[in-house]
Ligand binder design. Structure first.
Ligand code: ADP
Length: 495
């Protein structure tokens, strides 16, 4: 078997080299280059194969034709040869002339062999009297027909036909060879012309390959330009560029603008968040400033008033502190730097603890807080974090309730999730803002916000925590009638 040697051998032995070349080189990785090569190969390989097939088919047809011609001539001569008794006496001039003519006509040699394998006639007059025991002659004398041979190396065909009497009995053999040099010459000429055609086709294909690889990829250049301009310009002012030339370019641009929209939204959300944070942090500071100024500007302020104002200032400090703590918690939850510490936990325990802690608050407003465990549920949760998240929701159900209202909590599960519902018959949430209550700093009922307290971060923390557990939280609400929060937590936490 042929094995690669030399430089190519070394290159092929290093299996990774070609892959490395393909991956490493900018040219090899270029789609333009690949299209160019594909078109080139598709154009050139068929014409090369065609050339080889054409030449081979010409050669085999020409050789067969030559063999048929010589065989026909030999068959005619063999019949006459026997009739003339040439096998016994080779002096017949007419036959000798015809044999010479045959050998000249095909630029070859004719041998007549009797049934003792002895050469009785040689048009070259070199081997008369010798014995010829070739495979073809033996087969021919034994009755086989079509004993032909083609030798492309020396450029001749050899035909062996039997010399028979009128009844078909074999008495000798005629071996005639004919030159096939003209076939070789024709083949070379044909090959030469085929090469010219192939080179012309090759140049043509080269030009087409170059043109195609350049034009086919033009839309992708436009895609690249559009994306680059987005990189350089202001995202908010960017105009949409369509590249509908191909389905693929259209899809890339759609995906790109979708991503851009998301970036815009994220940008706007970030700006809004910064504005909200500044506003929320400034409010307690402004109150503290007013309180402290009013004491500073007053002469002979009584100690009680000092105490009262200092208490108010301390409350504002607490408020500010709470906002900052909540904000830091949200940031940690959303960045997921704060990993969950999960363990199989009886959710009944968590809910009972929450109820115990919030009962005094509910009691102040005469709210009936009920809890129903439909099924026992143990789930893999971060006890502390989930407890805080659920507590926010239950606390809201009490805060945003009517005096002597009701709050009901249930615990259940399906195959995959623990299901906790917190329903209340409270003030409800207007339909148009119900989707926003999980946003940071969002408060639906601004008019009562101050007296109820809170900073609008509670539900944002709850949702982030639940999402971190790979769960979900949904709310349905009717303004004036109450709300229902449904929390689903996977029973098994998959990291
Ligand atoms: P807050 O600190 O204001 O309570 P939250 O993030 O906990 O902040 O809640 C956001 C807003 O959603 C609240 O200000 C309130 O308007 C509304 N909300 C939350 N829970 C309820 C509820 N059970 N009933 C009515 N409104 C609610």
């Amino acid at each position: 078997m042929c094995t690669p040697s030399g430089v190519w051998g070394t290159i092929l032995k290093d299996e990774g080299l070609i892959k490395k070349l393909l991956r490493g080189s900018v040219v090899f990785r270029s789609l333009k280059f690949r299209i160019f090569i594909i078109v080139l190969l598709v154009g050139i390989i068929p014409s090369s194969v065609l050339r080889a097939l054409l030449i081979r088919s010409y050669e085999s047809r020409a050789v067969n034709q030559r063999i048929t011609d010589i065989t026909n001539q030999c068959n005619i001569l063999c019949g006459r040869l026997f009739e003339a008794g040439f096998l016994d006496d080779t002096k017949d001039e007419l036959i000798n002339d015809e044999l010479s003519l045959l050998s000249n006509l095909y630029d070859g040699r004719v041998l007549i062999i009797d049934d003792d394998f002895r050469i009785i006639k040689d048009t070259y007059d070199m081997s008369v009297g010798r014995t010829m025991v070739s495979k073809e002659v033996i087969a021919c004398l034994n009755g086989s027909s079509n004993m032909n041979r083609y030798d492309p190396e020396y450029g001749y065909v050899e035909v062996t036909v039997p010399v028979t009497d009128g009844k078909g009995a074999i008495h000798g053999a005629m071996v005639a060879s004919g030159s096939t040099d003209y076939i070789k010459t024709n083949r070379v000429n044909l090959n030469h012309r085929a090469w010219i055609v192939e080179i012309t086709v090759g140049i043509f294909v080269l030009v087409i390959a170059y043109a195609l690889s350049s034009t086919l990829l033009l839309p992708f250049d436009r895609v690249r330009t559009a994306i680059s301009s987005a990189k350089e310009g202001y995202i908010s002012e960017l105009k949409r560029v369509e590249v509908p030339d191909y389905t693929e370019t259209g899809e890339i641009m759609d995906a790109f603008y979708l991503l851009l929209d998301q970036i815009r939204e994220a940008d706007e959300a970030r700006e809004e968040f910064v504005a909200n944070v500044s506003h929320e942090l400034k409010t307690p500071l402004a109150s503290m400033k007013v309180l402290s100024d009013s004491i500073r500007n007053e002469e002979n302020v009584p100690v009680e008033m000092y105490r009262e104002f200092m208490n108010d200032i301390a409350e504002e400090v607490d408020r500010e502190n709470q906002i900052i703590t909540d904000l830091l918690e949200i940031v940690k939850l959303e960045k997921q730097t704060d990993r969950l510490v999960t363990e199989p936990t009886d959710l009944d325990d968590i809910l009972n603890e929450i109820i115990k802690m919030l009962e005094p608050l509910a009691g102040k407003k005469g709210i009936g807080l009920t809890y129903e465990k439909l099924k026992s549920v143990t789930a893999e949760v971060d006890r502390q974090k989930l407890s805080r998240a659920l507590m926010n929701i239950v606390e809201n159900a009490i805060k945003y309730n009517k005096d002597f209202g009701w709050v009901k909590i249930t615990l259940d599960h399906d195959i995959q999730f623990a299901i906790i519902t917190i329903s209340d018959g409270g003030i409800g949430i207007p339909q148009d803002v119900v989707g926003r209550i999980f946003d940071r700093f969002y408060r639906a009922d601004k008019s009562h916000s101050n007296e109820i307290g809170g900073n609008g971060l509670g539900l944002a923390i709850s949702r982030s925590t639940i999402l971190l557990h790979k769960g979900s939280v949904k709310v349905t609400s009717i303004e004036g009638e109450g709300s229902t929060f449904t929390v689903k937590i996977p029973l098994v936490y998959e990291k």
